[in-house]
Design a protein around this ligand. Structure first.
Ligand code: PBG
Length: 328
């Protein structure tokens, strides 16, 4: 029965009113922009699998800083492409490794920039897996040792926050311990707590040269049939001392973002990954969707689901949309 006094459309009658009753508020302060730093000089190359995103050698990072500043983005997460890889990924923790160089360069040029680092081995190992191999599988406890060295070397190079993305058991506790033992009590750990073995990472692996040379990552990243297991991963990371919990990918995992927000009091981050970005780009290029609109709608949906923080290749464009009042 239609009760004629109750009309939800009343609150949709003008832009002014619609903006007043928005339930989801977003700020550019909640955005983190992923950056790929590649060993060498004079490298400023668009990444074919991620149109609009670039490989920067350290000497070219000023371009990233200019762009970030122009859009009011002041938080980045760094990924490294080393010149050489080896079996154990020693480039990951080298004092003059590519991420370490990148951190120093950014801090020198833009001390206000908040620099987070991805802590993982897959970009540095010759086999492309996220840790030390034992036979054809990744050895959890041996990998913890190299992850700790890597996180510590990032902090020593000046990283503001470290983000382990390897999915080894116990890494948050071990990284927390080594940071604390070396005077980095105030460097937070943003844990990729619920990270799935996702097909949506395809374009990233092209961009970072980090595809596994054999097999896949299903023995360490999560099976996307599972949701309760993600809550268990989050719970363990809380106990181990994580400061921020991340769900990754984002769009196909909104249920987990929602549930993590409901269950845990830590800030929840979501990573809208390379495949999500590349799909929007490709569909827009084919004339099928409005890129700006779909970018805005997807980002808002991630915040609406409960994310406090969004890691996104669209950070600059979203910051503009927020400032213009189009979203948030
Ligand atoms: C490193 C890492 C990956 C991503 C972030 N950190 C790739 C992977 O796990 O294979 C993916 C990010 C993206 O797709 O945008 N382990």
């Amino acid at each position: 029965m239609f009760n004629e006094t109750i009309r939800p459309r009343r609150l949709r009658t003008s832009d002014c009113l619609r903006r007043m009753v928005r339930e989801t508020r977003i700020s550019p302060d909640s955005l983190i922009w992923p950056i790929f730093v590649r060993e060498g000089t004079d490298i400023y190359e668009e990444i074919p699998s991620l149109p609009g995103q670039y490989h920067y050698s350290p000497d070219q990072l000023y371009r990233m800083i200019e762009r970030a500043r122009a859009h009011g983005v002041s938080r980045v997460i760094l990924f490294g492409l080393p010149a050489h890889k080896d079996e154990c990924g020693s480039g990951a923790w080298a004092a003059d490794g590519i991420v370490q160089q990148g951190i120093r360069k950014i801090k020198e040029l833009a001390p206000e920039m908040y620099v987070i680092t991805d802590v993982c081995m897959c970009e540095y190992t010759s086999h492309g897996h996220c840790g030390i191999l034992c036979g054809h599988d990744v050895d959890n406890d041996k990998t913890l040792e190299v992850l700790c060295k890597t996180a510590l070397s990032h902090a020593q190079a000046g990283a503001d926050m470290v983000a382990p993305s390897d999915m080894m058991d116990g890494r948050v506790a071990r990284i927390r311990e080594i940071l604390d033992a070396n005077g980095f009590q105030n460097v937070p750990v943003m844990s990729y707590a619920a990270k799935y073995a996702s097909y949506f990472y395809g374009p990233f692996r092209d961009a970072a040269g980090s595809a596994p040379s054999f097999g896949d990552r299903r023995s360490y990243q999560m099976d996307w049939h599972n949701a309760r297991e993600a809550m268990r991963e989050c719970e363990l990371d809380v106990q181990e001392g994580a400061d921020i919990l991340m769900v990754k990918p984002a769009l196909s995992y909104l249920d987990l973002i929602h549930e993590a927000r409901r269950r845990f009091d830590l800030p929840i981050a979501a990573y809208s990954v390379s495949g999500e970005y590349a799909m929007i780009k490709a569909a827009a290029k084919a004339g099928l969707i409005d890129e700006h609109g779909v970018m805005c709608e997807s980002a808002v949906s991630i915040f609406r689901a409960g994310a406090d923080i969004l890691i996104t290749y669209y950070a600059c464009e979203l910051a503009d949309a927020i400032r213009k009042g189009e979203i948030g």
